[in-house]
Design a protein around this ligand. Structure first.
Ligand SMILES: [Zn+2]
Length: 92
C-alpha cells in the first residue's frame, strides 16, 4: 500500500509525533516527521491538536507523560484507509 507520496504513512506519523512532542525521537526521525507534517494537512491538524492537548495536560498535572488512553484515542481518529486519499479532491 504505497499510494502515499510521503516517506511515512499517516498512522506512523501520528504514532511518531506523540513521541516527537515528548522529545523522545532522535534527529533523523524528527526530520521525517516534520517533512510529513509539511505535506500532510491532516496530520498537521492532529499534531496541532495533540500539541495543545499535551500543553494542557502539562499545565494541569505538571507532568509530561502522555496517557496511553489518549494515545489510543488519537490513533483511533486515524483511518488508515483514508491515508493521503482525497487530498486535492476535498478543500477544507
Ligand atoms: Zn499524514
Amino acid at each position: 500500500m504505497m499510494n502515499c507520496k510521503n516517506a511515512i504513512d499517516c498512522k506512523k506519523a501520528i504514532e511518531s509525533l506523540i513521541d516527537y512532542l515528548h522529545h523522545e525521537v532522535n534527529e533523523p526521525d524528527q526530520k521525517i516527521i516534520k517533512a510529513h507534517l509539511d505535506e500532510c494537512r491532516r496530520c498537521c491538524n492532529l499534531f496541532d491538536f495533540e500539541d495543545k492537548f499535551t500543553r494542557l495536560i502539562k499545565e494541569k498535572s505538571g507532568k509530561e507523560t502522555c496517557p496511553q488512553a489518549l494515545k489510543n484515542s488519537i490513533l483511533k481518529l486515524i483511518d488508515p484507509s483514508l491515508c493521503c486519499k482525497g487530498e486535492g479532491s476535498r478543500t477544507a
